[in-house]
Design a protein around this ligand. Structure first.
Ligand SMILES: NC(=O)c1ccc[n+]([C@@H]2O[C@H](COP(=O)([O-])OP(=O)(O)OC[C@H]3O[C@@H](n4cnc5c(N)ncnc54)[C@H](O)[C@@H]3O)[C@@H](O)[C@H]2O)c1
Length: 360
């Protein structure tokens, strides 16, 4: 089975991304250096049951019991210091030295947490990520942003620490619940909007195959997203310029997620809503092409995203946005688009305008 291999240089750190159909087929996994106790396997309570035996065998631990493993609770509400602490404690208890490797197997919550823990353990351990949700394959595991939520603020604590290897096996998506799989499509749509028109067309044409989780199609889509994000991050690891485009829809999405205390709305669902709000804001400012906005809206609706959250008041969302801004001592910034691939950053949006967009 052919695997695709991409190499990126993220701020001087080489990151190899291998995309194949099966876990067994990934060379990057089989070549993990194994000595008696050098790898800390981190799962959440869903991914452990699904992958622990396989991953540990593939990476050379015939005896599963010999693996040093941490299992954290799944869910955005556990993207917390407590979870990071559990990972670090396990590494300390196990006498892991600086040359150890942390391997995170799971969705974006898990990979962000493990990458953060890895970045601070003895000033940086080895890091391998095995993303197992569509969202983490196309976005979270690529590009080195790590972190966890703190005092109600999304990803308030974090570092930039790219993984050495990202091992993507499309087969791991088979067990993903439908809502989680579909939520990942939001970040794929975002990538297409930011600059891959062919991908956008593919999403419009191939809905049935994509929702049917056709392996070849998924491999192509994941590959396109990895290349798009990887190239952008190569230019701007620390988000001083173009990388910020990847936040399209995210100022809105993070406000929505924090307004519901990270419960009940998936990150991808919030992103889908945020993408439309960003275009609506652009349209209000006569920046966004109306027919492009309608095209995106139709695509989001076609994939079944709930694009209305009427029970959450605009004032609540605006206060979440400003609270976040204040904490980060930055300006409230919105990524807007004129049309597909034509992106810009806007600051100084009035509260009144935001209120209008959020009331729509
Ligand atoms: N670092 C970045 O650049 C970046 C980018 C985008 C998103 N993110 C972060 O990613 C997070 C969202 O990630 P997510 O959508 O993957 O959510 P998630 O990590 O919560 O995973 C979703 C759910 O699916 C389960 N799961 C994972 N893989 C599975 C599988 N193969 N089969 C069955 N169940 C499985 C998980 O246990 C969890 O319950 C957010 O915290 C977001 O901030 C980070």
């Amino acid at each position: 089975m052919i695997t695709d291999i991409y190499r990126f240089n993220f701020g001087g750190n080489v990151c190899t991304v291998e995309i194949g159909m099966s876990l067994k087929g990934l060379n990057a996994l089989r070549r993990v250096p194994v000595s008696a106790k050098d790898t800390l396997y981190v799962y959440d309570d869903n991914t452990e049951g699904l992958f622990a035996g396989d991953i540990e065998k593939i990476t050379g631990r015939e005896e599963e019991s010999a693996a040093v493993r941490v299992v954290i609770d799944h869910g955005e509400e556990h993207k917390s210091w407590e979870s990071v602490n559990r990972i670090l404690e396990k590494a300390v208890e196990s006498d892991f030295g600086r040359d150890c490797t942390f391997m995170g197997i799971g969705g974006g919550v898990l990979t962000d947490l493990v990458a953060f823990a890895s970045s601070v353990y003895m000033r940086g351990s080895g890091l391998i990520l095995v993303p197992t949700t569509l969202l983490s394959m196309v976005d979270a595991s690529i590009g080195g942003k790590t972190g966890f939520n703190y005092h109600g603020y999304k990803n308030l604590i974090g570092t930039f620490y790219p993984a050495e290897k990202v091992c993507i096996a499309i087969e791991t998506l088979e067990s993903l619940p439908e809502n989680e799989f579909n939520a990942g499509i939001a970040e794929v749509i975002k990538t297409a909007m930011l600059g891959d028109e062919e991908l956008f067309g593919m999403l419009e044409r191939e809905k049935k195959r994509l929702l049917g989780r056709d392996g070849e199609l998924l491999k192509e889509i994941v590959g396109r997203c990895v290349i798009f994000k990887g190239r952008l991050v190569e230019e701007d690891l620390r988000e001083r310029g173009k990388r910020a485009f990847l936040n399209l829809g995210h100022t809105f999405a993070h406000a929505l997620e924090s307004s519901v205390n990270f419960k009940g709305i998936l990150h991808g669902e919030a992103v889908a809503w945020g993408l439309l709000k960003a275009l609506e804001l652009g349209a209000q400012l006569n920046i966004t092409d109306y027919s492009y906005m309608e095209r995106v809206k139709n695509l989001l609706l076609d994939y079944g995203f709930p694009l209305k959250y009427d029970s959450i008041k605009p004032a609540r969302l605006i206060s979440a946005m400003y609270g976040d801004k204040k904490k980060r001592k930055g300006n409230l910034r919105f990524i807007l688009q004129r049309s597909i691939g034509d992106n810009l950053i806007e600051e100084g949006i009035s509260e009144e305008l935001l209120n209008r967009v959020l009331s729509g």
